[in-house]
Design a protein around this ligand. Structure first.
Ligand code: ASP
Length: 337
């Protein structure tokens, strides 16, 4: 529950009053390392780790990793996910490498792996961002296949249920509401998913950073709506000299505060990843005020030393960290309210 006293305390403290010196990083830096949002990240990390452990490039790892989630038809990402309010699944994704190269796609329909298309935008065009029909045309020109325009069984049921009221009300992102195991797709008894994104950041054995983010966006969104996930600086940011950050949650509010870029800039100033994420979530709380209780937002980060951290607005955010073959763990993000 939203704690009013805590909110007032936070607001009156402002950002500068949070003690930097009082913070101790909880984890020792290590590389390679891959971390990703939510429990689906455990499976995605596994695929990314296969590349990292063989001295592969972080860029390949973060692309391959989130493709696992895009493939999970009953998951919250990819073509099996909840549609927009007109019944179409529209996908957003972005990727960024150690040279500040980046590529994004948004409002992309009927293409299975938007993250791969984002990488092609980065590597095969002079642009950074393609959307809608243009993004789809580009994907086809690169050999991607147009999938059927149909909803997965679960998404169809969710959509029919949603149509009964047809109201857009972002659901607060939480995991384990039904005490699900870490490996179960996060879905409530009523069939709704409560988040729609995977973000992944990695550092390879050579010490280079990359990140990826892919999503179907908020379920039952307005047609054409794009959130933070494909927006470099909001949903994802990588600076190979400093660190990388990726966000999940209410995209509109993450955009408002330039979430991932802000975290990287705080790490540049010397803040450890967890503290940098915390400060940015505090900024969001300050901007949203009382309305913060209605949304979720979370950011995860790693720095150049291979230290990692995360922070979220409300309880219920998990993230997955992989640092060795047998060390792929799910952690609770610390929450502000
Ligand atoms: N950030 C995503 C969006 O706003 C949603 C999510 O992370 O669940 O599209």
């Amino acid at each position: 529950m939203f704690n009013r006293r805590k909110f007032l305390e936070m607001s009156s403290l402002g950002l500068s009053a949070i003690s930097f010196s009082g913070f101790t990083p909880k984890n020792k830096g290590t590389k390679p390392i891959v971390i990703s949002t939510w429990d689906a990240g455990l499976r995605a990390n596994k695929a990314a780790w296969e590349i990292l452990r063989n001295n592969g490039r972080a860029l390949d790892a973060v692309e391959r990793g989130v493709m696992v989630t895009e493939d999970e038809i009953n998951c919250c990402v990819g073509l099996g996910a909840n549609p927009d309010r007109e019944g179409h699944v529209t996908l957003d994704a972005c990727i960024m490498d150690e040279h500040a190269n980046c590529g994004s796609v948004a409002f992309l329909e009927r293409i299975k792996h938007p993250i791969q298309v984002a990488r092609k935008v980065m590597e095969n065009t002079p642009h950074v961002f393609l959307v809608g029909e243009g993004a789809q045309q580009f994907a086809l020109s690169q050999g991607f296949v147009l999938e059927k325009d149909e909803l997965s069984k679960d998404a169809e049921r969710n959509y029919k249920e949603w149509l009964k009221k047809s109201e857009y009300k972002p659901i607060i992102n939480v995991e384990n509401k039904n005490n699900q195991t870490a490996w179960a797709p996060t879905r409530f008894d009523d069939g709704t998913w409560n988040h729609d994104t995977i973000g992944m950041i990695a550092m390879d054995a050579a010490g280079n950073l990359s990140g990826s983010c892919t999503t179907s966006g908020m379920g039952f969104k307005m047609r054409g709506r794009i959130g933070d996930s494909p927006i470099i600086g909001a949903g994802l940011f990588v600076d190979n000299e400093v660190g990388a950050a990726v966000a999940t949650g209410q995209g509109e509010d993450i955009i408002r505060i330039g979430g991932s870029h802000a975290v990287v800039e705080l790490m540049r100033q010397g803040f450890p990843p967890e503290e940098a994420c915390k400060k940015v979530i505090e900024r969001l709380l300050k901007v949203k005020g009382e309305k913060a209780k209605d949304i979720q937002a979370a950011i995860i980060a790693i720095n150049k030393k291979g230290e990692y951290g995360a922070y979220c607005l409300q309880t219920g955010f998990n993230y997955s960290v992989c640092t060795a073959d047998d060390k792929n763990i799910l952690l609770n993000g610390k929450n502000l309210i």
